[in-house]
Ligand binder design. Structure first.
Ligand code: ATP
Ligand code: MG
Length: 1230
């Protein structure tokens, strides 16, 4: 049995980390199944009722019916109404996901991120039983709180374990799960209001103690899934929210643990959901019970018996489209392992009249329509049928052969498959369907009166079909249909029938054929379900019966000796073949019926309900009394209406209504329904629960017809019309028809009509007596079993979802006797629980019991209730249970717990948070200190090492300094290295920028030599680099400048001015020189030309001339005339003054007279001109720089003198002494 650990109610907000930490501890010895993390809230839900709850409100949101605010999701759903997929907002309500939008008929879901039931499971953390929690480091408070709560908590419909008590917090909105907790339990209005509240929240199940009240939701609720079945499996009754499965499981467990036969009685009016409930219970067992190959077959057959019996026994009525027209009691047999191994069905009172007549809006049994709609062409041809139901008189009376809510074709397929599963072979199916078809043909048999008024068959064709289908002689059948055979005093008397009688005989035959076939069908199903006392061994082979029996009888003996000797003996006696098995019965029987017009059927049905009510009261009271006795509590007599008086009125021998009816049926003479009524009036006129028009007072008489009688049932008054009572009770089938059927070669008909019937002299039992007997057998069966009850109700007549018709519900509450149920249940105490369970739940309300109570649970509860201030009249202490008389006492306790839970949760939160934070803080502190100390150590060590190094360095430095001038030795090598490095580094930073930069760092004495070498290297490098960059033109320029420097530097005043001025190739372009001159020069390359002033040799007159330098000569040109050509070979020298003037003299060697003598010239670019001339003439060393005056030859041996003096400004003039005087300006630079 799965249990949920811990605090059903405690709430604790924890962060993800906390849970991560907690889980290892929780998982010890357990299987941790599901945990949900809510990302929006950053919380982890381990679900209410589980270990702990997260946000302090979780539990109050989870109990059944609570709206879990944040628990919403969007989901894809298929709307049946509009047929489209749509996104719908789902809300978590009442333990389920609900559609919050108004598209009601939703039947399918598709994927989605949060499939409802499956994902709802994930809200729970379930731990399995027997787990011992080692809460390794949990804070003390939490550990104390998280204790095993076996049976103290349960699973809600949403998969969250809830106790019934924990759901009480939501009682204002969703009502109470158990009517015994209704404060005002005598008020029908309060009862209905509670039902209404729950119905609105889709909570269709509510308990009255152990009785389940179910309201048909008329819509698919997702509460019947496999997951839900698993949740109810093996869980204690009160641990879970009310459900069919809880009842089913409870019965099953009692059956297994106590090996006592069980039965579940399902009652309610037509359409209330009895059959659905039966099917769901069967499905529950099919899913949850142990399985094996053989068991699977039985399970299949059990489940598949439904479609078959429903096809033949159900029909559409005004109240229910799939109304069961027979009562059904089904036994499911379980072996010692709890596996279903067989079954048996008892059927009651099939409504045969429906075969021949249906009210408007109703249909015949489904099988007829299924056959016509779904039957294959071939089959229909063989059966002589047409697809159209309108062709058959028995199918048209209700005027609704086709109904939108019923898919006959589909149902046909299901039914056919089910027949195969049950074990019908093809010929049996054919025989069965032949009978179905024969009923339809019978309906179409028509009569006409002959001259004597006797009936004659007019539809020969139908007789032909009938003869074939029923395998009888056609003419015999025809005769039998229109004649009546009576045996009087051993003589056969055959008399013809009139039209009316013939129709009656035909209908009686149809009813008999169908009714008996139905019973045959039930028998056939029973054979298929019968327990075969051999079972497969583990290796798949069947264990011999003898061996199996030995095991079974051993078990039986054990059960006899140890457990329940009484029960074992009973089972043995009653079911000799079933010894090794236990039985669980399911009774799906018609509920109380009150119509406008009530007839024989209603009379039988209501009589059946009276019997069931009697059984119910007896058993409920009995079990209540037994519990009181076993608990040692004084039994207080309960006031209730004992309906035995009504049962007696119906069934008592000689005086009961059934006896009188039978008597009237048997009586020779003219017995009619009216004479029956008169007889009744006569016999039971003084009975307080019987009334007729004649017996009634003036006032009530108006509401009673003369053909009616009224019975005051436990559930209310019902007026029955006696019309048809006799006929229906007689259920007469004329002898010759019986004989015909007995001769049938159709195997089924043959079995249904036994020949012994014909020879049996005893009158057959009337329908009422048969029913009475079968009921009394049923009561016996039920009495031998432990009963559970399901009371079904329908919320409205329109078969609509979400419609709660209060009037209809009130009516059902009344006739189901629910108020009576409740009163009986509440006669003593409203609430009872085992001491352990009670203490476990409420121990936190008392300081002495919280957190643990070491003594006996009984004492703990005594202390607890004393602390809670329960008054003596409010409770009683039994042997194992506490009994609380009033719900308000329980509610007050529950409310106190709610408040306490808040404070506990807060305390736990605080403790936990404190613990968690402190733990975190301590870890952080420890880490910080570790890091700090490590870092400080590192820093200290680093600093010390640095200091040591510094001391060493300084010491070496000082030593080195002292020994700096010594040869390299260990004392000074560091210093010298340092000096060298620092000099070199300094040098690196301060190297000369160019060749002219003469700067150079001063080297230390020890590096002078190296410094010199480096300096030279550096200079060479710069020069080399510089030289590499010089162009040929610039080289030529520099060479010329060098020569100029050699000649003039420091010798002539205007030389410095010429230095920055570049020499240019020529001062006159060729275009400036007369062409004649150029022609005269012919091939002589002109190297340089410059405008000059020539001073005559005699008068020193200044004349503008051009001086041209070629490779070989210097030429003085006047316009186009070459005035003088001086070959360089004749040039003896060049004279200039040392002053700043620009005069120069070219000295010419005069070998002949042709030579004109020296030439006095003046050039603005004297340095340039003379340098070029000296280079060209190779007269570098022949340039004379004179101080004072220059002598020159004037030709023919004559001489001229030029005097140079310094003055303020340049003046060249002939002096009086005949010399040429040149006043050269003084230059500042000198
Ligand atoms: N639990 C349920 N959930 C959904 N629908 C239900 C449920 N119970 C009943 N119904 C609906 O109500 C209809 C009638 O139910 P059901 O046939 O079980 O009634 P009944 O009590 O057996 O009636 P009758 O006495 O006429 O046989 C079903 O066909 C189904 O549509
Ligand atoms: Mg039914």
């Amino acid at each position: 049995m799965p249990i949920v650990l811990g605090l059903a109610s405690v709430k604790l907000a924890v962060c993800h980390r906390v849970l991560e930490c907690c889980l290892p501890a929780i998982r010890i010895g357990s299987t941790c199944e599901r945990i949900v993390v809510s990302p929006e809230r950053k919380e982890i839900s381990v679900a209410a009722g589980a270990l702990f709850c997260m946000d302090g409100v979780w539990e109050s949101q989870c109990p059944e019916g609570q709206d879990g605010g944040y628990l919403t999701q969007r989901k894809r759903r298929l709307c049946k109404g509009c047929g489209s997929w749509r996104e719908a907002e789902m809300k978590f309500r009442g333990g389920l996901w609900h559609d919050s939008e108004e598209c009601p008929t939703i039947h399918e879901t598709n994927g989605g991120s949060f499939p409802s039931i499956e994902r709802q499971q994930e809200l729970a953390l379930l731990l399995h039983p027997g787990c011992s929690l080692s809460l390794l480091w949990f804070p003390i408070t939490l550990a104390l709180a998280v204790v095993t709560a076996r049976g103290a908590s349960g699973l809600g419909a949403n998969g969250i374990r809830l106790t019934m008590e924990s759901a009480l917090t939501a009682r204002d909105r969703v009502g109470v799960q158990d009517f015994v907790l209704l404060e005002n339990f005598t008020s029908e209005a309060a009862f209905i209001e509670n039902l209404r509240k729950r119905f609105k929240e889709n909570l269709i199940y509510t308990y009255i103690g152990s009785v389940l009240v179910s309201v048909n939701p008329y819509k698919e609720l997702e509460i019947y899934t496999k997951q839900n079945m698993e949740r109810y499996r093996g869980v204690s009754f009160y641990e879970v929210s009310p459900h069919l499965y809880a009842i089913a499981d409870n019965s099953y467990r009692s059956l297994r643990t106590e090996r006592k036969d069980q039965c579940i009685l399902i009652s309610g009016e037509s359409g209330a959901g009895k059959t659905e409930a039966t099917k769901k219970i069967l499905q529950y067992y099919a899913v949850t019970c142990p399985a094996s190959q053989q068991v699977e077959t039985v399970k299949d057959r059990l489940l598949q018996s439904n479609p078959v019996l429903e096809a033949f026994g159900n029909a559409k009525t005004l109240r229910n489209d799939n109304s069961s027209r027979f009562g059904k009691y089904m036994d499911v047999q379980f072996d010692y392992r709890g596996a279903p191994v067989g079954g048996h069905i008892l059927n009651y009172l099939l409504e045969k009249s429906r075969v021949v007549h249906q009210n408007h809006g109703e249909r015949n049994f489904h099988i007829f329509y299924q056959l016509l709609e779904g039957g294959e062409e071939d089959l229909l041809r063989r059966l002589g049928l047409e697809k159209n139901p309108q062709q058959y008189h028995y199918l048209v009376k209700g005027h609704c052969a086709r109904v939108s809510s019923i898919n006959d074709k589909n149902e046909w397929k299901i039914m056919r498959r089910a027949l195969s599963v049950i074990g019908f072979n093809d010929s049996e199916v054919e025989d069965l369907l032949s009978i179905v078809a024969s009923v339809l043909h019978l309906g179409n048999v028509q009569f006409a009166a002959d001259e004597q008024g006797n009936a004659q068959v007019t539809t020969e064709n139908q007789i032909k079909y009938l003869a074939r289908l029923l395998a009888v002689d056609g003419s015999v059948l025809r005769d039998a249909l229109i004649h009546k055979k009576i045996i009087a005093k051993g003589e056969e008397l055959v008399s013809p029938l009139n039209l009316e009688q013939a129709a009656y005989a035909r209908d009686a035959l149809a009813k008999a054929v169908y009714g008996r076939t139905f019973s045959w069908l039930v028998n056939k199903v029973n054979k298929s379900l019968a327990y075969k006392a051999s079972e497969p061994s583990p290796n798949g082979k069947a264990i011999p019966k003898s061996y199996s029996c030995k095991v079974s009888s051993m078990l039986l003996v054990i059960s006899k000796l140890i457990c329940f000797p009484k029960c074992a003996v009973n089972a043995e006696e009653k079911f000799p073949g079933w010894r090794s098995t236990t039985v669980l019965g399911l009774l799906d029987i018609y509920g109380f019926e009150v119509f406008q017009h009530n007839s024989f059927e209603q009379f039988c049905i209501n009589y059946c309900n009276e019997k069931l009510q009697q059984l119910f009261i007896e058993l409920t009271l009995k079990s209540e009394q037994e519990e009181y006795e076993s608990e040692g509590i004084a039994w207080e007599p309960v006031q209730y209406f004992n309906n035995k008086i009504i049962c007696d009125l119906v069934e008592e021998k000689f005086k009961g209504i059934i006896s009188i009816l039978d008597e009237e049926c048997l009586r020779p003479g003219d017995a009619t329904d009216t004479t029956f009524l008169e007889k009744l009036e006569e016999t039971v006129k003084n009975h307080p629960h019987f009334l007729t028009h004649k017996l009634a007072d003036q006032k009530t008489r108006k509401s009673l017809g003369r053909e009616e009688f009224r019975l005051s049932h436990y559930a209310g008054d019902v007026t029955y019309s006696v019309a048809g009572f006799l006929d229906k009770n007689n259920d007469l089938l004329f002898r010759n028809l019986k004989e015909t059927m007995c001769n049938s070669e159709n195997p089924i008909i043959n079995q249904c009509f036994d020949r012994t019937e014909l020879t049996d002299k005893k009158r057959p039992e009337t329908a009422a007596t048969q029913f009475k007997n079968s009921l009394s057998k049923l009561m016996e069966i039920l009495m031998s079993k432990e009963p559970s009850y399901i009371r079904c109700m329908k919320p409205n007549d329109a078969k609509q979802a979400d419609r709660f018709d209060e009037v209809l519900i009130r009516h059902q509450v009344k006739y189901l006797g629910l108020m009576e149920n409740l009163r009986v249940r509440r006669a003593g105490f409203a609430y009872r629980r085992k001491y352990e369970v009670f203490l476990q739940r409420y121990k936190s309300l008392c300081p002495e019991t919280w957190p643990t109570w070491d003594g006996r649970p009984y004492d703990g509860v005594a202390v607890l209730v004393k602390h809670l201030g329960y008054k003596p009249e409010e409770y009683k202490m039994g042997r194992t249970k506490i009994f609380i008389r009033f719900p308000k006492t329980l509610f007050a306790t529950e409310d106190a717990l709610e408040v306490r839970k808040q404070s506990l949760a807060t305390k736990m939160q605080a403790t936990w948070r404190g613990f968690y934070r402190r733990k975190k803080f301590l870890t952080m502190k420890h880490s910080a200190i570790t890091i700090q100390s490590w870092w400080r150590g590192t820093l200290g060590r680093r600093k010390a090492a640095k200091r040591k190094w510094a001391v060493e360095t300084i010491r070496r430095f000082i030593k080195g300094f002292i020994y700096r001038n010594h040869p390299r030795c260990p004392e000074n090598e560091y210093f010298l290295d340092y000096i060298r490095v620092s000099f070199l580094m300094n040098l690196k930073r301060n190297l000369p920028k160019n060749v002219l930069d003469k700067s150079w760092p001063t080297p230390p004495p020890s590096l002078c030599e190296a410094s010199q070498l480096l300096r030279r290297l550096c200079m060479q490098n710069m020069v080399w680099t510089y030289c590499k960059r010089i162009s040929p033109e610039w080289k030529q320029q520099l060479e010329q400048k060098v020569i100029a420097s050699e000649i003039f530097k420091g010798k002539k005043d205007n030389y410095p001015q010429s230095v920055p001025r570049l020499f240019i190739n020529t001062r006159l372009g060729r275009e400036e020189i007369n062409t004649k001159v150029l022609q005269a020069l012919e091939n002589e390359a002109l190297k340089y030309a410059v405008p000059v002033v020539k001073y005559d040799r005699k008068g020193y007159k200044a004349r503008a001339r051009q001086l041209l330098l070629t490779q070989n000569s210097a030429i003085v040109v006047e316009e186009s005339k070459i005035k003088q050509r001086i070959d360089y070979s004749n040039l003896t020298g060049i004279s200039v003054s040392s002053l700043s003037d620009n005069l120069f003299v070219l000295h010419v060697h005069c070998v002949d007279n042709k030579q004109k003598g020296d030439v006095v010239l003046q050039s603005d670019h004297v340095i340039e001109t003379l340098t070029k001339a000296a280079i060209l003439a190779n007269k570098i060393n022949n340039v004379n720089i004179n101080q004072g005056s220059i002598k020159f030859t004037v030709g023919q041996g004559k001489e001229g003198i030029i005097d140079f003096i310094s003055g303020s400004e340049l003046l060249i003039a002939k002096a009086k002494n005949g010399h040429l005087t040149v006043v050269a300006p003084r230059l500042n630079s000198r």
